[in-house]
Design a protein around this ligand. Structure first.
Ligand code: AGP
Length: 607
């Protein structure tokens, strides 16, 4: 929910941290701040509410001095959106600063303890207890910075990723416990290292990363760290939960993402870029290691009970796929919203298979669900986009979407990538792997046309018509009901227009009461549902509704038609694309930022 970036090395930290904040802003953007240690050994801190660029225009973040610093973009959890609540937070003695992603669930107790010891607090955040606890252990118990940090981390309850900077020893410590944190290994000649919530934050500086695991605490020191520093220009990883400080070795891996992936290119927004990338990303999702797919297929076949677990768009992809498993392989898969999964705990056995689907691999509800399942001995398969994310670390097998970084808060290319991969699994389970692969390859041309500028121009007409409506309804049947749910979510989360999806057959069970003259209804049509869904269209039409038909052929009752050629079982992959474009265009017309919708963050890492 928040963005973390830290730098230590021989270059000025401020420009690197500012660029990192810009690349992380999709993770949270109600306030931001940077702190560095200047050449005189003092902290220099600037932070405020607002977007990173606005804060920079106001405060000039580039004139912070020093080669070591930490920076943060915030998505408020504890405490309002105020300058005082922005990170970094500094200890009372101004020697320790912290940035934090997650929640300190026991912060009230810790805060009371510190207040009883004479500490004061400047913010309403839970985070502010961290630097002061470290100060407490250092000053009143005489522990070193590292030992004080370990004791502090051990006293925190809840999921967190924290980065802590010690002014006197010029040391940075990063610790991961349920929220994302990755180490970037920069130019060794410049002794440079990075810590960040997500790889794009430092991708322009290095592709060499060390994926940190829960419990990992990494210590970074530069050449200019204090004389007592024992690891000048290097790093060390240890387990802050362990009794000993035995170093842990984690491999340095090179990521395949290019900087172009993490840049907007010729597009105005990441959302439009990522919609257009679907021509390739659907194919990349299908290009899986065959043996791995076969192995997962066997796990599904041999399991006694299979659950698909996800949140948001990822849940819609799972719901859509569950129809395909039934239709192609006559296989029943329970599809459960991650935050509801604990209700099914009594069904979980060691023979149960849980397939967790998450673009970020950091959604706390999904991580909680998987941990619950693992406690019951279940086998865990995950379908994830971000390599090395928390979910991949707790799964027995992982299938990667290979979509590259998805920067826009909205899931678009990773949604269709999830559909493609889940469809391939359904075909594989039906013993029709090759057929599934070729059908997915066939989509290339359809998706190319759907994302082309000509189609976008046609949809723009529709977006100008719909922009002033308060409500938009969406109907679909079969797997296209899940598509309707996803379409409604896309429209809601980026245009802020109320959009609601119904299974076509439910229309007459109440929702039809909402229809009046001009009410816009999007209707997804496919060959296998056309008879029934078109009767829904007529029912709506006869009550004055404005019908937007999406499917292979127009019918006269449609007021607006978007052609999406029939692709049978794979219709959900193609039919969502026009609505992704529509949602994007509505946001632009209404003056919203499609990449950073209000109140949202890319990854929901707090409950
Ligand atoms: C959808 O556009 C949103 N980005 C959101 O619903 C998202 O799909 C959900 O938060 C799940 O995220 P995940 O795939 O990273 O777990």
């Amino acid at each position: 929910m928040c963005g973390i970036i830290a730098y230590i090395g021989d270059e000025d930290a401020a420009p690197i941290l500012l660029e990192g904040l810009r690349r992380l802003e999709y993770r949270g953007y109600d306030s931001a701040g940077i702190i560095t240690i200047d050449n005189a050994g003092e902290f220099e801190l600037k932070k405020d509410v607002g977007r990173v660029q606005d804060i920079h225009n106001e405060l000039n973040l580039l004139d912070l001095e020093g080669h070591i610093g930490i920076a943060h973009t915030r998505w408020a959890t504890h405490g309002g959106v105020t300058q005082a609540n922005a990170h970094p937070h500094v200890s009372n003695n101004s020697k320790i600063a912290v940035i934090h992603n997650g929640i300190v669930e026991n912060y009230k107790d810790l805060k009371s303890l510190l207040v009883s010891k004479g500490f004061h607090f400047d913010s309403q955040t839970d985070t502010e207890v961290i630097p002061n606890l470290i100060e407490y252990w250092m000053d009143s118990k005489g522990l070193s910075f590292i030992d004080s940090t370990i004791k502090t981390l051990q006293s925190l309850e809840g999921n967190f990723a924290v980065v802590i900077i010690d002014r006197d020893s010029r040391t940075i410590v990063g610790a991961k416990n349920g929220s994302p944190l990755v180490l970037g290994v920069g130019d060794r000649k410049k002794n440079e290292f990075f810590l960040a919530s997500d790889i794009p934050a430092f991708l322009d500086r290095t592709k060499d990363v060390v994926y940190l695991y829960d419990g990992d605490m990494v210590i970074l020191q530069s050449e200019s760290s204090s004389p007592r520093a024992t690891m000048k220009g290097s790093y060390k990883i240890l387990d802050f939960r362990a009794r000993t400080k035995k170093p842990i070795i984690r491999p340095i891996q090179s990521v395949s993402w290019s900087l172009a992936h993490a840049a907007k290119g010729e597009f105005d927004h990441f959302m439009l870029k990522e919609i257009a990338e679907q021509v390739e990303t659907i194919q990349k999702a299908a290009a899986q290691d065959r043996e791995l797919v076969q192995s997962v297929t066997e796990s599904i076949r041999n399991a006694k009970g299979v659950f698909l677990v996800a949140s948001g768009s990822s849940y819609h992809a799972c719901l859509s796929a569950s129809y395909l498993f039934a239709k192609l392989a006559s296989f029943h898969i329970n599809t459960v919203i991650a935050s509801e999964f604990s209700q099914y705990e009594s069904f979980l056995k060691p023979e149960t298979l849980v397939i967790a689907v998450s673009q970020s691999g950091e959604t706390i509800d999904v991580l909680d669900a998987v941990k619950t399942a693992k406690e019951k001995g279940c086998h865990i398969v995950s379908i994830v986009n971000v390599m090395g994310s928390s979910l991949t670390q707790i799964s027995h097998k992982t299938l990667l979407l290979n979509s590259g970084p998805e920067i826009s808060v909205l899931s678009t290319k990773t949604y269709t990538a999830q559909l493609a991969l889940l469809s391939l699994l359904a075909y594989s389970l039906a013993g029709r792997y090759e057929e599934g692969l070729s059908k997915l390859k066939f989509l290339w041309n359809i998706v190319y046309n759907l994302t082309a500028a000509t189609t976008r121009t046609k949809i723009k007409e529709l977006s100008t018509t719909l922009a002033n409506h308060e409500h938009i309804f969406v109907l679909g049947r079969g797997s296209l009901y899940a598509t309707a749910l996803e379409a409604a979510l896309k429209i809601k989360e980026v245009s802020y227009i109320h959009a609601e999806a119904f299974a076509g057959g439910e229309l007459k069970h109440g929702p039809i009461a909402m229809i009046k003259k001009g009410t816009p209804i999007v209707i997804f049509v496919s060959k296998d549902t056309e008879k029934t869904i078109l009767s829904n269209a007529m029912e709506v039409k006869s009550r004055g509704g404005y019908i937007i038909g999406i499917g292979p052929e127009p019918i006269e009752s449609f007021d607006f038609f978007i052609k999406v050629p029939e692709s049978n079982s794979l219709n959900p992959i193609c039919q969502i694309i026009p609505i992704q474009i529509l949602a994007y265009q509505l946001a632009v017309i209404l003056g919203h930022d499609p990449d950073k919708p209000r109140n949202l963050a890319k990854s929901v890492t707090v409950r």
